[in-house]
Design a protein around this ligand. Structure first.
Ligand code: BGC
Length: 759
């Protein structure tokens, strides 16, 4: 009996083993899961992974937390309830990633994001500066260096480029974008996204881009950051959307950040019109949308949600996939609760206000990007890479190159510049002349001020050993004390030339740095005036993050150079320009107002029914200041002169499916080799809706030796000449289009026209 029992139990045991293995083989439990095998297609991996996830884990992917990595973050990470972190790099990234990859049920890697706005450790000029180069290839190169450096320190994803058009210099974030023009803004946006993402997101030297802030953020009323935006759909489509379109449609940016502001009554973070209709439907965007920092929580303060649940509901339904929200329970800045997706989406599913299928769609978008980045195969940072890639000689060389190209010669009377390296004595004056921190600009978290070459150092390195260089700070950037101005005057008096470096501190532009005055802060204008009074020739070097209204200087100081914040190679780049080793070629990407009262001021304004006529009171004008800017969009001088001639157009009539080739000759008639940026503007003379007096449609940079002449060709497609008609449809209407070619938006050299005819 006993034997029978044991025989029977043996048989049962073998039957059990057989069944166990068969079931496992059939279910594939002994194999690598489909989602972990890179041989499988993206779709298969995503579907497989999604199928294994609980609702809690799915919602987890939709949350991004910031450093510091608190105990609470650790607990959430272990439970698979976090999808991403920001502001965590290096070894710390690996430590946290290990928790996600090894200690969670499914091992889904986290994605680590950071603001890499104008360089990583090799700090480049602020974006407004880089845009002043009008050199998309060089911008792309600089940005790809930033990407490589950041990636070498564990960054997978950047919250850049900022592609917000800004027509209001009061708005501090004008520093972070490419200026006022939708065309230039689109070209630079595309270059930046391509620079960050390269051709392949899984390449360890590239990072994922996030075009921000979608949308209209630059239109803040009164230039006050975070303020209400009230723009028509027409202005949205004509002015604010094109750079986003370029980022998404032309350059395939993987993510988009929804903005803080409202647009015509609907906050951008709960805006189905901009996110669902325009971004996803019209542009077929298939990446994911991230909120700005707690912008979901702020929907309560905007007054469109009664509580966090409703805020989560509205943001989610409008298409925001991930909540960027720091890790404060009670946000003392805005007084709004955060981590709203974390704490509310599951309730919304249980209450059937949101379906799990909808959650799946959002999570799929996030997972797809994680797979595309290769995070499942390569979740960790190889810490040895940083040494090779960060601040390499080549990177620093590019930093100097782009810094030089970002400099704009605003004024140069009597060819005061370039200065001779053998000048006997030079006074270097001003609160920014020897600043080491300010040249880093507003967003340079990983920049090190000890890498900065100050202007004083750059000039000292440049001039002959016999040149005497004297320095005096003169005054502070802010404040009312004039007590050191006399000392600066004494220094200037003993010199052949005075270089006065004035402007803004680095924290006076960027986020939350709107200004109500656009003149030089503090007593800096007093300083300039005092140096000017000495009779010593003065070169004014501006370091700032926005256009400034420097009317007195523009009238009195013979040479003015705009340098923005140029990054670590500031001093070398500026010395290269001041002493003629580099002939300046930068052009303004924004208009400089004469006075703050003209703001918003931009070159692509509309004619009105009563166009500006200084002699006619009843024209659209001010009674106390001309309409014209202090320095127009596209302005920038050179040490040489360029002559434009021989405008030719290959077809005077084109169909709306065709393109036109516009060519001209350009000759260097001066003594220096130089680069000119030829600008092509057009005007739709009569159309069914009003259009700007001129709009940039193309540009080309040409390098010419003295006496050299070249032919430049610019192609314009008829499809670039469309308008949004009465029904907001983009159409190319037949009719006459004026062509204006020039050195700036105001300095037009050649004019002609073409006609678009019906097909
Ligand atoms: C800014 C974003 C930035 C984010 C994360 C926000 O305050 O508006 O531009 O990407 O912080 O640092």
């Amino acid at each position: 009996m006993k034997n029978n029992v044991s025989r029977c139990s043996n048989v049962l045991f073998f039957v059990f083993l057989f069944c166990f293995f068969t079931v496992n083989i059939v279910l594939g439990a002994d194999k690598t899961p489909v989602y972990k095998n890179p041989e499988n297609s993206l779709e298969e991996r995503v579907e497989d992974l999604l199928g294994r996830m609980t609702l809690e884990e799915k919602i987890g992917q939709m949350n991004q937390y910031s450093a510091p990595f608190t105990e609470e973050c650790e607990v959430l990470t272990e439970k698979g309830r976090v999808g991403s972190f920001l502001n965590i790099t290096g070894r710390e990234k690996n430590r946290i990633q290990k928790i996600a990859v090894e200690n969670t049920r499914l091992g889904i890697p986290l994605i680590f994001g950071l603001d890499v706005i104008h360089g990583y450790a090799t700090v480049f000029p602020i974006p407004l500066g880089m845009a002043s180069s009008w050199d998309p290839d060089l911008v792309k190169k600089a940005v790809s260096i930033a990407a490589r450096e950041a990636a070498s320190d564990g960054v997978d994803w950047t919250f850049a480029p900022m592609v917000d058009i800004a027509r209001d210099a009061r708005w501090g974030r004008i520093a972070e974008g490419a200026g006022e023009d939708p065309y230039l803004g689109s070209v630079i946006a595309k270059a930046q996204v391509e620079g960050f993402q390269g051709g392949d997101l899984s390449d360890p030297n590239t990072i994922l881009a996030c075009a921000k802030h979608f949308v209209g953020y630059g239109g803040a009323v009164g230039g006050r950051d975070y303020n209400t935006v009230d723009v028509s759909e027409r202005t949205l489509r004509e002015v604010y959307l094109p750079p986003f379109r370029a980022a998404v449609v032309d350059a395939h940016a993987g993510t988009i950040m929804s903005a803080f502001n409202e647009i015509n009554g609907i906050p951008a973070t709960a805006n189905p019109f901009t996110i669902q209709k325009i971004l996803r439907e019209e542009w077929s965007f298939n990446g994911f949308v991230l909120s700005d920092w707690n912008s979901i929580g702020e929907l309560i303060r905007h007054g469109i949600a009664k509580d966090p649940a409703e805020a989560a509901y509205k943001a989610f339904k409008s298409g925001v996939d991930m909540d960027m929200s720091g890790n404060y329970r009670d946000d003392s800045i805005t007084g709004t609760p955060d981590n709203i997706y974390q704490r509310n989406l599951d309730k919304l599913v249980k209450e059937k206000l949101v379906s799990e299928k909808e959650i799946d769609e959002a999570v799929k978008r996030i997972l797809k990007i994680k797979f595309k980045l290769g995070l499942f195969e390569r979740p960790y940072l190889d810490t040895t890479r940083a040494r090779i890639n960060i601040k390499s000689i080549e990177n620093i060389k590019v930093a100097r190159e782009i810094a030089r190209e970002s400099i704009i010669l605003l004024k140069n009377d009597n060819k005061l510049l370039p200065l001779s390296k053998a000048t006997k004595s030079i006074a270097i004056i001003g609160p920014l002349a020897n600043s080491r921190r300010d040249p880093l600009g507003s967003w340079s978290a990983h920049g090190d001020s000890s890498d900065v070459v100050t202007i004083l150092e750059g000039i000292r390195n440049k001039v002959s050993s016999k040149t005497k260089v004297y320095y005096s700070k003169g005054c502070n950037i802010l404040g009312t004390s004039t007590e050191n101005i006399d000392e600066a005057v004494t220094v200037a008096k003993k010199c052949d030339v005075a270089i006065v470096v004035v402007g803004e501190a680095r924290n006076m532009s960027g986020e939350a740095a709107s200004r109500a005055y656009l003149d030089l802060p503090g007593v800096q204008e007093n300083l300039i005036k005092a140096i000017y009074e000495t009779g010593v020739p003065v070169v004014e070097v501006l370091m700032n993050g926005r256009p400034l209204s420097i009317s007195w200087s523009a009238e009195n100081i013979p040479a003015i150079v705009e340098t923005w914040f140029l990054g670590i190679q500031t001093g070398n780049a500026i010395a290269d320009v001041l002493f003629g080793d580099y002939n300046p070629s930068g052009k303004l990407p924004v208009t400089f107002p004469r006075t703050i009262g003209q703001v918003p001021i931009y070159y692509n304004y509309k004619n009105t029914g009563r166009p500006y006529n200084p002699d006619n009171r009843f024209s659209s004008k001010y009674i106390d200041v001309p309409n014209t800017p202090l320095f127009p969009f596209g302005h920038g001088l050179s040490y040489t002169d360029f002559e434009y001639s021989n405008l030719k157009i290959d077809k005077k009539k084109i169909r709306n499916t065709e393109e036109v080739n516009i060519s001209l000759n350009i000759k260097n008639t001066g003594d220096y080799e130089g680069i000119e940026i030829v600008q092509l503007y057009m005007n739709d003379v009569v159309s069914s809706v009003t259009t700007p007096v001129k709009e940039l449609k193309g540009f080309k940079s040409v390098s010419l030796k003295p006496g050299e002449e070249k032919t430049v060709s610019l192609i314009v497609k008829a499809s670039q000449l469309g308008i949004y008609d009465y029904n907001m449809q983009y159409v190319v209407e037949p009719g006459k289009f004026d062509i204006m070619i020039g050195k700036s938006s105001e300095n037009i050299q050649l004019i002609d026209s073409i006609e678009v005819v019906d097909n």
